[in-house]
Write a protein that binds this ligand. Sequence first.
Ligand code: NAD
Length: 355
Amino acid sequence: MDMRIVLVTGDGIGPDIVREAVRVLDRTAEIFGHTISYREIDAGGISIDKYKVPLTEDALETAKAADAVLLGAVGGPKWDSMPGSLRPEKALLGLRSGLGLFCNFRPAVLYPELAAASPLKDSTIAKGVDLLVVRELTGGIYFGEKGRSDDGKSAYDVMRYSVPEIRRIARKAFDAAMIRHRRVTLVDKANVLETSRLWRETVSEVAAEYPEVVLDFMYVDNASMQLVRDPSHFDVLLTENMFGDILSDEASMITGSIGMLASASLRDDSFGMYEPIHGSAPDIAGKNIANPIATILSAAMMLRYSFSLEKEAKCIENAVSKALSDGVRTADIAGDGEERVGTAECGDEIIRRLG
Ligand code: NAD
């Protein structure tokens, strides 16, 4: 297969971690007989420095022409005093909306070797957690009509969803469940919200197209409890924008290792943008100590969801698992007295275990 990938290295540790993910991708492509061509675009602080905007039209057009985008991270103190429209983070919004990405996948996986990093480590609760939060990204209350009354003493934000919006994300969730453990939990507030009732009806209709997948429903207040009480209940957790914003952060904290967590933003076709959930970590930029695993696992998600290369994605994930069980640790996941490797060495150790 030929893959055309756009790289957005961004700011801070972005270039260091994307470099390792590219090395892992290249070696994986070599093993499985694929070819990859890369183009790089600037986004975030580096783009502000060069072009005075967080994302140029040209950069967006280049991203649109690719099969997938791999992003490091953007932002840093250098640009903190910029006005709102010139903040590096605007590049992320520009890419997400310009590329039409309406679906966000955030896996939370607890590697047994890193159980000590989990805030739930003192119990067996977090054991075996492997869930995927599927969050709707472009609708709901964040994008609904908003305003204030004339006297400024009342305000409103409208939550609105349409059947097509719900149907397309539901299909993404069920497709993901088909290559996972075949369970979808729809999280909503159907006891009080009309939009939630529309979600239940529509998702139930979509479920009929996937007889192998079990669908259940959970209220969002209960889901927020179950995530810390019995997270292994969840395989695919499907939810609307605001609930997903909150629950995906909660789910990722179960693992306790921000340097390990990948994400994907997708649309109807196979195109996707893949990135670690952490930021640009300016405190450790350029020191060869950042953990590249979240970006490497994002690259694995890219192979799975944009190119349907499941074997290749698993090969990368298995190499990461093997490296961890052999004791490979960057500083952020190393316990007291454990030996630490740098960013590049961590990449080397994973590449050695690709097969
Ligand atoms: P951060 O995620 O960059 O860092 C939080 C802490 O985690 C820091 O101590 C950092 O050193 C550590 N950390 C993060 N990733 C790591 C990794 N891969 N390996 C080892 N340690 C890691 O969050 P922050 O400090 O709040 O934000 C820093 C900058 O990043 C800000 O400008 C913020 O706006 C931006 N940001 C960007 C994104 C993005 O690009 N998607 C997301 C969040 C924050």
